[in-house]
Write a protein that binds this ligand. Sequence first.
Ligand code: SF4
Length: 336
Amino acid sequence: MSPESSPLLETRGLVREFDLPGGGLFGRRKTLTAVSDVSFAIGKGEILGLVGESGSGKTTIGRMVMRLLDPTRGQVIFDGLDLTRLSGRSLRRQRRRFQMVFQDPYASLNPRMRAGEIVGEPLVIHGLAPSARELREKVSRLLERVGLSSHDLERYPREFSGGGRQRIGIARAIACQPDLLVADEPIASLDLSIGAQIINLFSSLNKTERMSLLFISHDLSVVRYLSDRVVVLYRGRMVESGPTRTVLDTPVHPYTRLLAGTSSGTPSETQNGGDEPSGSLCPFLTRCPEALPVCRESMPPSLENSECGRQVLCHLVAGHSPWKSSASPSSSQGSP
Ligand code: SF4
């Protein structure tokens, strides 16, 4: 798939901090930085995979993109509009253009509403079905699009399997024909064969409807199958990014190498021992099997290989051709 030139979505220098308990009235405020300086872009009709183990900041990024969570700093640019500056009606107007599919379909569906009501709700909210008949027809078509049928209109979420509930969630998400879907671990709670069907559904929506997709997952095999490009996160930082196959077949960052070498997506524990690295050093320092002396002295530079559109945050390739310092990750990271 070749994405068109102007990105549909860009994140620029996204940072999200959370307050920690303690600190008191006159004490210093304690914060946890869950996401640090994350910049990427998604082209129209493109699928970007966001991978990393639990706690890497994937879900926090997805929620900031959806404006379910405000960034501490940085911007989310959607089709040229800075979403972080929108609120109220102007944000609601844009919202139908980007929708989310959640990990736990049961928790995200109202158990007291029938499938038809759940899927039809966004159409009603955005005034896209003027009559009851039209609403029913549209909802029936949506259910069929995701592999259910009009016979399912009157059924409640509890009457569906996990896969069926996820299909309802997807039908609701695509009801208003969004340009972008943010899918947060959408098959994590499903068994293998149902998960494969849901992945094929995302692929089909991308191909036939040209929907862009931010696909959040810890499962590298799925990301390899589905996404055009990949961003690898570690402790809230982008450590490597680029075309999916290039990054996963020839990973440069030691963390990506560990991820790519395991099927579970969880690398082995501490290599170097010691405490957590400070915020001014490589976040992977205590687990890195290839750490250099310089890694204990300074934060690795953000490096770019413009020949193949890759970026990496690591001392290992600093000074090695074709890697060059990327002066402004936010402007170049992943731009199609
Ligand atoms: Fe390992 Fe150093 Fe690269 Fe960090 S910067 S991943 S510690 S080699």
